[in-house]
Design a protein around this ligand. Structure first.
Ligand code: ADP
Ligand code: MG
Length: 617
């Protein structure tokens, strides 16, 4: 329960709705609780009339002594005003109808306030969680699966909503119903009250127990279902692999097994549910039966002569009014338990402090392209892999630097350190003379255009993908300009709807090279001080590649550019070429320097010349 204290701030935020909700619940219950009394009065009135007619002795009950003030007034008015028997019955009927309408009306308002409040809280919580997701660093995402992240924002918050909405409503409703009905029941007859209420706790406990079983079973079913979905999903996306390895049969058997397990569990759940409702009805029936038999016995044995047919009627209706809230208590209890478990998970997550944050950073005047790596070392936190060792590099504003090295040599890690996705384990990085950790993340990342190795495009139009990083949508001209620099314009013009073509699942499927070039266009349009291209030309053919690189002369004239590759571009004059291996620099200099050095780079270059194509390291 203590975990749920975290949502109290929201109750406070929506306190007026909550207070009105409570008032409406009380009013709704108040009007509903009057109807047993009116019914009791009418039944007594009718029995009395029948007895009088048949000349039977009547027990004179003190008039309406135990009723609510409103009912009392109505009865006094009827009795003293000499309203005829028939009219009394009609009047009581109308009163019952009005009471039901009033009760219903306030119940409507109660749902309108409390359930609506819970939807507001759900919305706020989703935003809170989403905002936190955005703040968390890349390392967090590496250690949490997408499914886990999705669950928190949808399922867990959904469960907490069951607490802030229905559970809160039912608990208040139950308290009000119990308070009102037990008050009037005891006032009427304490002994009978005791007998009548005896089965209700059993009902609550039974429902709670059965509910827990149902919940466990449905949890199991849920996880089986998600396993089933994953299997199905994988076989759709991996269909080419499955077919080419002729594994359709094996996949089918695997799916069938999973599917069978799911079916068995689902049928098991249906059985428990089938017992649930009849047993509930049975217990409610027992309560009613007890009321009638014990009340009847009291009446006929003259043990308690004031227990009249009217009293019994009244009690039967009270019991029926009580059963729903008491039943609800059973599942409200398990609902609250589940909400607490979910909120616990949410709290744990919300308390995760990002290791990369800019809490005490103040914006610097401008980002310029002077970059310094001072003795930087970096070890990936959760794997312990040392990716960068004692790395030193100075890049002057406007320089174009090529970083080359085999896969796993630490090139991408360098780019990510520069964007401060991670903090270096040792040493420091400066940009424009300012340490990275003193620059607000938004300013730093706005100043650098980064095209990651694994480009990602959204399922949106080409132009929206290119304009993604801009504060406002850039005009068509600049979008096209960027696309031209990225050598993708002509291909876009051949698409059906050109720049308005949808990309991804909802639209055209792009080749790897096309995706990379759209991502490059997206980075160029930002017009930043520094560009970092992480191996983003790997899927582009040699001719287009040199076209793009040559555009750099024009587009990146005064900008600092870091191009990461595992192939050589000989046509572009890089100011400095870094050969990286095992996280350290093994060679550096201009193209001529490195050829003269006749080391690793020179050998690569010779290989490339003999094959007459860019060479992969
Ligand atoms: P490159 O880009 O040159 O291929 P990376 O910088 O991606 O190399 O990787 C350098 C080393 O760090 C490799 O040994 C790789 O396995 C490891 N590495 C890369 N990314 C991660 C990560 N997110 N978590 C743990 N280790 C990583
Ligand atoms: Mg890489």
């Amino acid at each position: 329960m203590k975990h749920l204290a975290a949502v109290n701030k929201y109750f406070w935020k929506y306190k007026s709705r909550l207070i009105f909700g409570i008032i409406f619940i009380i009013l709704s219950n108040y009007f509903r609780i009057l109807s047993p009394q009116v019914s009791g009065y009418v039944v007594d009135k009718v029995t009395k009339a029948i007895k009088l007619k048949n000349g039977l002795p009547i027990v004179n009950k003190p008039r309406n002594i135990n009723y609510d003030i409103l009912v009392k007034q109505l009865i006094n008015w009827v009795e003293d005003g000499n309203v005829s028997f028939g009219n009394t019955i009609v009047l009581s009927g109308i009163t019952l109808l009005v009471l039901a309408l009033l009760g219903g009306f306030f119940m409507f308002l109660m749902r309108q306030t409390i359930i609506v409040m819970s939807r507001h809280i759900e919305y706020d919580q989703k935003n809170e969680v989403y905002q936190h997701y955005q703040k968390l660093d890349i390392a967090f995402y590496k250690t949490h699966s997408t499914g886990d992240l999705m669950n928190r924002i949808s399922e867990d918050i959904g469960r907490v909503r069951m607490y802030t909405g229905p559970a809160v409503m039912y608990v208040i409703n139950l308290s009000a119903t119990i308070a009102f009905s037990v008050y009037f029941m005891i006032k009427e007859n304490a002994e009978l009250t005791m007998y009548v209420l005896a089965p209700l706790p059993i009902l609550t406990i039974t429902i709670y127990t059965v509910n827990t079983i149902i919940h466990k079973k449905s949890e199991k079913i849920q996880s089986l279902l998600s396993g089933l979905t994953t299997t199905a999903q994988e076989s759709y996306s991996g269909i080419r692999v499955i077919k080419s390895f002729v594994q359709e049969g094996a996949m089918m058997r695997f799916f069938k097994e999973n599917s069978n397990l799911y079916k068995k569990n689902a049928i098991g759940l249906a059985k428990v549910e089938a017992i649930y409702f009849p047993s509930m009805a049975l217990l409610i029936g027992v309560s009613t039966l007890l009321t009638i038999s014990i009340g009847g016995w009291y009446h006929y044995s003259h043990h308690l002569p004031e227990v009249s047919a009217g009293t019994i009627t009244e009690f039967v209706i009270y019991v029926n009014l009580l059963t729903f809230p008491v039943t609800a208590l059973g599942w409200t209890a398990s609902m609250i338990q589940r909400a607490a478990a979910s909120q616990k998970r949410l709290n744990e997550f919300l308390q995760t402090v990002p290791t990369v944050s800019d809490n005490h950073c103040v914006p610097i005047p401008t980002i310029n392209g002077d970059i310094e790596f001072n003795n930087v070392s970096f070890t990936y936190p959760h794997t312990g892999i040392k990716a960068i060792t004692n790395f030193n590099l100075t890049i002057k504003e406007g320089q174009k630097v090529l970083i080359i090295g085999r896969t796993g040599s630490g090139k991408s890690t360098l780019a990510q350190l520069l964007l401060r996705f991670y903090n270096p384990s040792q040493g420091n990085i400066k940009i424009g003379g300012h340490p990275l950790i003193s620059i607000p993340l938004s300013q730093l990342r706005n100043g650098i255009s980064y095209v990651p190795q694994d480009v990602f495009l959204f399922s949106d139009t080409v132009s929206n993908n290119i304009g993604f990083g801009m504060a406002s949508m850039p005009n068509q001209e600049s979008i096209e300009q960027a696309a031209k620099f990225a050598s993708i314009h002509n291909e876009i013009m051949n698409f059906d709807k050109q720049y308005e073509t949808m990309i991804g699942e909802r639209g055209v499927t792009l080749s790897g090279g096309q995706k990379q070039r759209i991502a490059i266009a997206r980075s160029l349009i930002k017009n930043p001080e520094v560009v970092v291209f992480d191996d983003c030309l790997s899927a582009v053919d040699a001719k287009t590649e040199s076209e793009i690189i040559n555009n750099f002369y024009q587009y990146l004239e005064n900008k600092t550019a870091i191009v990461i590759t595992h192939r050589i571009f000989s046509t572009f004059r890089f100011d400095n070429i870094i050969v990286l291996d095992g996280g350290s620099i093994i060679e550096q200099g201009t193209h001529e320097d490195l050829i003269r050095l006749n080391g690793y780079y020179a050998e690569l270059y010779r290989l490339q010349l003999t094959r007459n194509e860019p060479i992969e390291v």
